[in-house]
Design a protein around this ligand. Sequence first.
Ligand SMILES: [Zn+2]
Length: 250
Amino acid sequence: VSFENAINLSIRVTPNSHENVKAFGLPGVVEKSFRAQGFVGAIEEGGHLNCRILSMAPHGMGTHTESIRHIVEDGPGVCDVAPLTPFRVRLITLSTVSLGATEETYLAGEPADQVITNSRLKVYLKGFDGKGLIIRTNGELNKTCVDYTSRNPTYFTSEAMANIARSIDHLLVDLPSVDRESDHGLLLNHRSFWKVEVGETRLKSDSRVERTISEMVYAPAHVKDGDYWCLIAVPNIDTDALPCRVLIWK
Ligand SMILES: [Zn+2]
């Protein structure tokens, strides 16, 4: 591989702007200038330099990666499980179907929900022995600047997630979640991927602590389906989800 020609799959976020991707009604990234006794961290207000304070809710503000700690009290932070070296990924594009039009299931689902099914997914996983999977859904949305809040976005059937969970450790999707937006807090697909039973709030011995889910990952149309090397770069902050840079190489 030539690591020179990286393709960026993370969405640009502009602080203090409404022109960003959003989800779950969470606030966007807010940037303020630090101020203290005579110090002003803003050049435009006469300061000597810019020194900003950022606040963000990673699950709702753009491309981010999360660890098992998203659904339990005691798992590792995402900075400890995002791989430090590139890994093999397969980028695939799937069309969605309504839940009512498939035999597949999702406990908290409604027939009109748009879902990713195992029947469409499984052919792409056959013969692939890499650890990463990037799923691009084909829809009409402008994925770099849409507010998914209350739009009941596409999610996965339980059968699709069960198949992914058989061999994939790093799942990357262009959706705001792998679960239904409103699922009564069950988080069924997150739980099946990380092997944490419904109702459990702590790790089990067979929980898949090394796995990550990345959401709102955007692969532009000119990036072809196929196999790539992938790097998920996150800051070294010990928390359950972090904004990330997703890079791939042919
Ligand atoms: Zn999330």
